[in-house]
Design a protein around this ligand. Structure first.
Ligand code: GAL
Length: 410
């Protein structure tokens, strides 16, 4: 799907307003859970402190709901001042259509290349040598969150890895608990699959499938083991009956579920619930098997506008998002790792410390958002949603369809 260049002329000014002292910028994002809202509030506070005004454009629902709205506004000549996308290829076609602002000058002035924690994230912002986004965090999907209370109530030890969770599931069921909470949105069931692939299959298998896009491997014996584990996950998730990811996290927080595979943005919810890592909940990076983190996370992009004041305010916002003080305030509340290596998250909790240790050892792998196109990602979302909602689909059936998707993946 290619976007045609849209005449931005006067239309952009309609969406944004300026005054003699401050420029209002409408910023769109999908951070609407308790933890997310607390974190994005730190961005707004830092931008307002520059004398400009953050006009919050939160879009409820998941990224899958928000991104089509963001894209249609930009391509339709009604752009916001700045918008969230994930690290990777989601804004690729908008940039190629010439609709997004070049931030290279801001990145060079701020020496982003010297301080960034993982250069691959800046590469994801770079097209034809120019930088088009301000990365703001490193999230990782590769986490299993466990309710210490649920396992105490079930009379079993808190699992130290995926296999121990599977073994403990019957005991959790006996006490009326859901062993694995999974929300009903497509990206969540795909997330479970991808974390099983990297956590149980390891970095090489994950990259053979998603980077090399090797359909033979995708249809082979090693990936068959991942689909068998996915079958266990499907069984353990029965009874979750929630849509949003943070509702599933809340099942862990309240001890109604034993665990949840979810990105470390879940930490924001534990924090809002005043739960303490290690005491109230446990966290297993890489499912306690292959300690890997994926470079998921978020970056802000800025639609091109033909208004000097707004353009200056956009540059200022990009600078503020990357600033050390903003990075600490935001990431501590978001549960993510900072994008720059020269900030000290002294207040990091046990789980974030585990993540920082893996980051320091270079135990990183590119996220699927960085490796496959949005179109391919959507096909996988559809397959995983169907697998979780239709028990007549066997793991073998699902794997055959998955190999076909990888064969034509871009
Ligand atoms: C991800 C995003 C995270 C997050 C999560 C759930 O795509 O990178 O920041 O909050 O969605 O909304």
């Amino acid at each position: 799907m290619k976007f045609t260049k849209t005449l931005l002329a006067g239309s952009a000014a309609i969406a944004l307003s300026t005054s003699a002292f401050a420029t209002d910028l409408e910023v769109t994002h999908w951070w609407t859970s308790g933890g997310e809202a607390a974190a994005v509030g730190e961005f707004a506070k830092a931008f307002d402190a520059t004398g400009n005004k953050w006009v919050d454009g939160a879009i409820a629902g998941s990224g899958g709901t928000a991104r089509p709205i963001m894209i249609s506004r930009i391509t339709g000549g009604d752009p916001m001042g700045a918008t969230q996308f994930n690290h990777g290829r989601q804004a690729e076609e908008l940039v190629e259509a010439g609709l997004m602002k070049d931030l290279t000058a801001v990145a060079e002035a701020g020496k982003w290349k010297d301080v960034i924690n993982e250069i691959g994230l800046l590469d994801s912002c770079t097209i034809d040598g120019k930088i088009y986004c301000a990365p703001v965090n490193i999230h990782s999907w590769q986490w299993l969150w466990l309710s210490n209370k649920a396992f105490a109530d079930a009379g079993v030890a808190v699992p130290a890895n995926w296999n121990e969770l599977v073994a403990a599931a019957p005991k959790l069921r006996e006490k009326g608990m859901v062993p694995l909470a999974v929300g009903g949105q497509p990206w969540q069931t795909t997330g479970v699959f991808n974390v099983l692939m990297s956590g149980l299959g390891g970095k090489d298998l994950y990259l053979k499938v998603y980077d090399a896009k090797d359909a033979e491997v995708a249809g082979g014996a090693d990936v068959a083991k991942i689909f068998s584990a996915l079958n266990d996950a499907r069984e353990m998730s029965r009874g979750s009956n929630v849509q949003d990811w943070n509702q599933a996290t809340n099942m862990v927080i309240t001890g109604k579920a034993g665990g949840q595979i979810m990105g470390d943005w879940a930490q924001g919810e534990f924090q809002i619930a005043e739960q303490v890592a290690g005491t109230d909940y446990s966290c297993l990076p890489g499912l306690g098997v292959n300690e890997l983190l994926s470079t998921n996370g978020d970056a802000f992009y800025f639609p091109k506008v033909d208004n000097a004041e707004i353009s200056a305010a956009q540059d200022k916002l990009a600078e503020v998002l990357f600033a050390p003080t903003t990075q600490v305030a935001f990431n501590l509340k978001k549960g993510s790792l900072p994008i720059r290596k020269d900030v000290d998250l002294a207040a990091a909790n046990d789980c974030m410390k585990k993540g920082l240790a893996i980051l320091a050892k270079g135990g990183l792998v590119k996220s699927t958002d960085q490796l496959i196109s949005p179109d391919t990602a959507t096909q996988i979302d559809d397959l995983m949603t169907q697998f979780f909602s239709d028990e007549s689909i066997t793991p073998e059936d699902a794997q055959k369809r998955f190999a076909g998707i990888i064969k034509s993946a871009d």
